[in-house]
Design a protein around this ligand. Structure first.
Ligand code: ZN
Length: 176
């Protein structure tokens, strides 16, 4: 396993549409292990999409506190409900957070690493993380969802954790 450096803007891989995974074979399984290790390497990381570790494939991992990590291959958001304003950050855009709209609830589907179908109903941080990470697979970043440029701001030093990677606290939304 390996901790992989996170790609940041303006790396073009972040703007590519990632490819569907055809077979969850050894290379995809290794990718998932590396993504999970990278996710847990620094506190405050909510999730990672494969393009952020340099692989343009449709794989996401999300860390759910007090629950097992969620791994989805070829994930799709199939339903959203409601709307709320959140403050969101991204590991690929260090030092900034932005205010955007996300759904209150989402239903996502995809494959688990063992190949079985998963259908996830989520709200709160998990819903936000699912939308954020699936956006990454489509080359979309949260900054694309800002209603105006003044909704983006620099993180103040007192908000930074020791690692400087963003907050990860509920009030400050997802950093993934
Ligand atoms: Zn992100």
């Amino acid at each position: 396993m390996a901790v992989i450096p996170i790609r940041t803007l303006p790396d073009p891989i972040l703007r590519q549409k990632a490819k569907q995974v055809k077979v969850i074979g050894p290379s995809v399984k290794k990718l998932i292990k590396d993504m999970l290790e990278t996710l847990h390497a620094v506190p405050g990381r909510a999730g990672i999409a494969a393009p952020q570790v340099g692989v343009s494939l449709r794989v996401i991992v999300i860390g759910a506190p007090e629950e097992d990590d969620l791994v989805l291959v070829n994930p799709e958001i199939v339903k959203t409900k409601g709307e709320r304003i959140v403050q969101e950050g991204c590991l690929s855009i260090p030092g900034y957070v932005g205010e955007i709209k996300r759904a209150e609830k989402v239903t996502a589907k995809g494959k688990r690493p063992d190949g079985t179908e998963a259908r996830i109903r989520a709200e709160g941080l998990l819903a936000e993380a699912l939308e954020h990470e699936v956006d990454h697979l489509n080359g979309v970043l949260y900054i694309d969802r800002l209603e105006s440029p003044d909704k983006l701001r620099k993180i103040q030093p007192e908000e930074l954790q020791e690692d400087g990677e963003g907050t990860g606290e509920e009030d400050n939304g997802v950093t993934g």
